[in-house]
Design a protein around this ligand. Structure first.
Ligand SMILES: [Fe+2]
Length: 277
């Protein structure tokens, strides 16, 4: 790990000014529609054009291609219980409060077996998300979109609160690979909760990939919807308490070439005074 990365991990706020937040909230149709749908049904499918508007409002659109490029430097996930070698990823944990964003020290990702039958129950260490990705305006805008949306969703005015209220955001860059005759499983655990409060999944890129359908269901298993994230920036936001999610395996379209599905996953957990609720 470089000195630069270490210094950043020690304590550097990814400061997003109040002005930026105001600009983001500024009556964006996309954000208000997503909020309405989240309240009504527990999920919202945000079209690529809507996310494009959000990134544009945050002056993040020009940085998009660089952001996409950071997926070319991920490391293999070595914690695949099925022995699969089809998943690459990186991971970071960020505390987001009224003062801005603070990257927390490197830590393992833990999910109980309750939430992840396939790979849960152990501390999983992944390569940290690169500085290039963390500092990219597209990452910040995406993270802030979720934080603002979910804060409004909770309706407790977190960011205007006493100051010890925050979201703990776990950020994951995923690349799922497919080869001829070998499918890649975006969610080997099947339909699941992430065990947090809210989830944002944004498609970054698809290359020579078919299928990979996103499926949503109620906790009792009743299907709520299904769609395929096809366009870069296309996003789904979820209330993790009300909606299970899963993605069907991906296959190569042209069997002579490899395929890949890249996504950004941001999970948000409420935290008050250092305690998860
Ligand atoms: Fe998940």
């Amino acid at each position: 790990m470089s000195d630069e990365t270490l210094a950043f991990f020690r304590k550097q706020a990814l400061s997003i000014s109040d002005a930026d937040q105001d600009a983001f909230i500024g009556g964006l149709e996309t954000a208000s529609r997503a909020l309405d749908e989240l309240k009504a049904s527990g999920w919202s499918h945000v079209p690529a054009c809507g996310m494009r508007d959000i990134l544009q409002d945050a002056d993040a659109l020009e940085a998009w291609d660089d952001f996409v490029g950071t997926w070319d430097h991920l490391s293999e996930d070595l914690f695949m219980a099925d022995g699969g070698r089809y998943r690459q990823r990186s991971y970071a944990v960020i505390r987001r409060d009224r003062q801005g964003h603070e990257l927390l020290p490197p830590q393992p990702h833990y999910q109980s077996k309750v939430y992840n039958r396939a790979n849960g129950g152990v501390d999983r260490w992944f390569e940290p998300i690169s500085m290039a990705a963390l500092n990219n305006p597209a990452f910040r805008a995406s993270l802030e979109f979720g934080a603002t949306l979910f804060d409004r969703m909770i309706g407790f005015g977190q960011m205007a609160g006493s100051g010890d209220e925050a979201f703990i955001v776990e950020a994951h860059q995923f690349r799922i690979l497919a080869e001829s005759g070998v499918h890649g499983q975006p969610t080997p655990e099947g339909m699941h909760r992430d065990g947090v409060d809210f989830v944002l999944v944004m498609l970054i890129n698809r290359r020579n990939v078919s299928e990979g359908e996103t499926r949503l269901a109620r906790p009792d298993g009743q299907m709520l919807g299904s769609f395929t994230l096809c366009e870069p920036m296309e996003t789904v936001v979820l209330d993790d308490h009300r909606v299970l999610h899963g993605v069907t395996p991906i296959h190569t379209e042209d069997p002579a070439l490899s395929g890949a599905r890249d996504v950004l996953v941001l999970t948000y957990r409420r935290d008050i005074g250092g305690k998860a609720l």
